[in-house]
Design a protein around this ligand. Structure first.
Ligand code: C5P
Length: 228
């Protein structure tokens, strides 16, 4: 009966896309598969953590030992995360949250306008769930993801500081063999150590293997930070 690396830790993970309705039949969303977030949840449960997965709409089975709360919109995801704040030691934001939502959701299906070739949708910014979790109190240890197509480490470093995170996982989504929808991923982990950021590239791996490796690194860093 060995003690596992994450025994006693409560980990909340967001995963998948959010879906922002325009009217009763249409929405804005993105291609996030949720695979990375679900792999992290599975790995965290295997490592002994109490895991809560807050998931947008995806086609994946909930991993063994994981509690899943399905949500649709960014605002619902934020409410679900806030509801878990007091019971979260580690917060990992893996979801691809829609940056904007429709200012007004039409009550009835929006009709084609005859004689009008263009239409305008007014969008408003969604809340930044991760940034809000990292500024409120009590503040969990906060980990973000940064999917970039250029200057990957530079932009990830900016996000780490701007969103007040402890760590960020950066990946290059311009590489078709890795990232969105793919089973493989290659990431760089950035750990915030006071004024200094430690940059740790991890080898390319299946999302399963990578999730386990990432969590082990994050758990070590988390425990170091808890030392007085
Ligand atoms: O700023 P950007 O969207 O690239 O930041 C990505 C990170 O922030 C991811 O960890 C993502 O889950 C999180 N995020 C969030 N809420 C948003 C936008 C991004 O939690 N509205």
């Amino acid at each position: 009966n060995t003690v596992q690396p994450a025994t006693g830790l409560r980990i909340t993970i967001t995963a998948g896309p959010t879906r922002e309705p325009l009217d009763p039949v249409r929405y804005l969303s993105n291609h996030s598969s949720g695979k990375m977030g679900y792999a992290l949840a599975a790995a965290a449960a295997e490592l002994g953590a109490e895991v809560h997965l807050i998931s947008g709409p995806v086609q994946l089975a909930v991993p063994a030992g994981v509690q899943c709360l399905p949500v649709t919109t960014a605002e619902e995801m934020l409410q679900a995360c806030e509801a878990r704040r007091n019971q979260t030691d580690l917060f990992i934001a893996c979801a691809a949250v829609a940056d904007y939502r429709a200012e007004q959701v039409a009550e009835h299906k929006i009709k084609k306008q005859s004689g009008q070739d263009a239409m305008t949708l007014t969008l408003v910014k969604n809340p930044d769930i991760l940034a809000q979790m990292a500024t409120g109190s009590p503040r969990p240890f906060c980990v973000g993801f940064a999917a970039e197509t250029q200057n990957v480490e530079g932009y990830a470093q900016d996000k780490l500081l701007r969103k007040n995170l402890d760590a960020i996982v950066a990946n290059d989504v311009s590489d078709p063999g890795i990232g969105f929808g793919s089973d493989d991923n290659r990431v760089t982990l950035l750990l915030r150590k006071g004024e200094h950021t430690e940059i740790r590239p991890l080898p390319q791996n299946s999302k399963q293997q990578l999730a386990r490796q990432l969590l082990l690194e994050l758990l070590t860093f988390y425990k170091e930070q808890q030392q007085p």
